[in-house]
Design a protein around this ligand. Structure first.
Ligand code: FES
Length: 81
């Protein structure tokens, strides 16, 4: 399996083809994906699309579930966790 490049909060990183966005973030040490309304850092909980705790912005589109998105080359991922 090959590597592709994505950007995480503007930082260019390499990840394995086929990785979910959540896996790519965690592999880079990013655990805070978003903030709760109370300002708490949030990250993946269920990893199967149910809890919505893993929402990030992907290519400018907010509230995408990182555990359900497969990385594409040059994808831009923004967190606020
Ligand atoms: S971790 Fe629960 S929806 Fe993504």
């Amino acid at each position: 399996m090959g590597k592709i490049a994505i950007r995480i909060d503007g930082r260019r990183v390499q990840t394995d083809e086929g990785n979910t966005v959540a896996a790519a973030l965690i592999n880079e040490g990013v655990w805070g994906f978003r903030r709760s309304p109370q300002g708490e850092s949030r990250g993946p909980l269920c990893a199967m699309g149910i809890c919505f705790e893993c929402r990030v912005t992907i290519d400018g589109e907010a509230h995408r579930r990182a555990c359900m998105e497969i990385c594409r080359a040059e994808m831009e991922v923004a967190t606020d966790g």
